[in-house]
Write a protein that binds this ligand. Sequence first.
Ligand code: NAP
Length: 486
Amino acid sequence: MVTTYQNFISGKWVNGQTGETSPSTNPADLGDIVGEFQKSTAEDAGAAITAAHTAKAAWGSASGLARGQYLLKAASYLESHVEEFAQAITREAGKAILESRGEVGRAIALLQYFGVDGSNPVGTVVPSVNPNILLYTNRVSLGVVSLITPWNFPLAIPIWKMAPALVYGNTIVLKPASAAPLVSTLIARMWAEVGLPDGVFNLVTGSGGAIGGELVTNPAVDAVSFTGSTKVGYGIAVDSAKNGNRYQLEMGGKNPVIVLPDADLEQAAEITVAGAMKYSGQKCTATSRAIVVGGVTEEFTSLVVEKTRALKIGPGVDEGSVIVPVIDEASRENIKSAIARGVKDGGNVLSGGGVPSGDGFDNGTFVEPTVITKVAPDAFVACEEIFGPVLSIIPAQGYDEAVQIANSVEYGLSAGVFTRSLNSAMDFANRIEAGIVKINGETAGVEPQVPFGGMKSSSTGNREQGKAAIEFFTQTKTIYMDRSAT
Ligand code: NAP
C-alpha cells in the first residue's frame, strides 16, 4: 500500500486544505510509487508561515549555544539513521547508493559544524573615538525564512540551508521539489524526534507554481533561500525585491575543465569522466565541458571514451551502478533532444547518445553516458545546462583561447584545470569566472566548512556554508553604549 505523507506545521502532521495528494515515483522503476504527498495550496503555505512567525520571537532570543544543541542532537539522530535516509534518497532521486550514503554523511557534518558554531562569537568590539563608549556589533536573526530546494540533493541542500538558518535564530518553512519530497518528511520527523520547539521548522509539499508565490511574497516572510534553475531563481529575485525581502539564489551551471598538454592525461580523463557522469550528470557542479588544448585532444578523447564505456548503468540500489536513471521522463526527453541538437550542430557522438533498453531498463528513465566531440564552443550543447550524463569535448588552440571559451557561457559555478604547471594553475585560478575552482580535481564535490556558490547567472553571490553562511542568515546591529550618562 502506498503511504500518504502530510505537511508538518507547528509541530503537527496535517493534511493540506484540499486533501488532494500527488505521487512521487522511483526513477529506476516508474511503477514504484514512493508515496503520496500533499498538494498544498497558498493557504497551507500561509499557515506554515504563520507558525514560523509565531515561533520566531522565542527561538530568536534563545542562546546560540542552546540552538546549536538541537543541531548536534539532529546530527546524532542522522548518524543512527544513515541507511534509512540513504535508501530514501536513492529510491526517490535515483542516486547511486554509495553517493546517497555520502550525502547523509555530508548532512551530518553540516549539522555538527553549525551546531558547534552556535557557541562561537557573533560580533566584534571596536575601539570608539570616545573612551566612554563601548562600541560593538551584534548579529541578529532575520526572522522567517522560506527554503525552496531542488530534487538532486534532497537531504544535503535543505540541511545546508536550515542548519545555519536555525542556529542563527531564524524559523523556517521548507518547500522541497515535487520530484523528491520524501526525504523532507524524514527531516521533519528528525526535528520532531529531537524536540525542536513547535513552529521553528515547518514543511509544506506541493508544486512551486502553486505555493512558491506565497512563500516569497507573504508579508511575514523575511528572506528566501533558493536552490534550483536560473529561470525560477530570477523570478523569485524579482518578487523578493518587490517585497523588500532578502534573497539568496544558487542556480545552474555549465562547468568546464581545461586540459593542458602537460597534464597527467590518464588522471585528467578519470576525473573528468567522474565529474561528468556520476549521478548521471545531475549535479549543479557536474563537468559538462572538457576544453582540450593542443595536440593531446585525440589521446584525451580516447581515454575519456574508454572510461565512459566502462561505466555500469543500473538502478541506484545496485552498489556498482554509476549511471543511474535521470529524475523523470521530461528530463530524459530534454537530454535526448539536447544530444540530437548537438549532432545537428556538427558534434560527433563517440559514446552513448541513446537510451538503454531491455531487462532492468525499460521501467526506468535511463540515458546512456554520452561523449560528444568536435563541439563548437557556442553550440547549444556547449553553452546550455543539460543536467544529464553528457560531456562535450571542445578543442582549443592554446591556453588563452581555452580560458576565453570556459568564460564564454552565462554560468560560473565550478571549473577545473588539469596541469602540472604551478604557473598555469595559479593563472587559471585568477582568470576563471567561477565561484569554485579545482586544480587537478573534480568540478563536483565540495566541503561544508568553506563557502559555496557561483558567479554570473549561477548565483546571487551571497555564499552558502562555512563561515559565509552567517552573512545571509543574520543582520548586523552596531551598538554605541555611552557610560557617561549612567
Ligand atoms: P527548479 O525547477 O528550479 O525547482 C527548484 C525548486 O523551485 C523546486 O522546489 C520547485 O518546486 C520550486 N519552484 C518551481 N517554480 C517555482 C516558483 N514559480 N516559485 C517558487 N518556487 C518554484 O529546479 P530543479 O529542477 O528542482 O533542480 C535542478 C536545477 O537546480 C538545475 O538548474 C541545477 O543546476 C540547480 N541546482 C543548483 C545548485 C547550486 O547550488 N547552484 C545545486 C543543485 C541544483 P517544484 O518541484 O514543485 O516545481
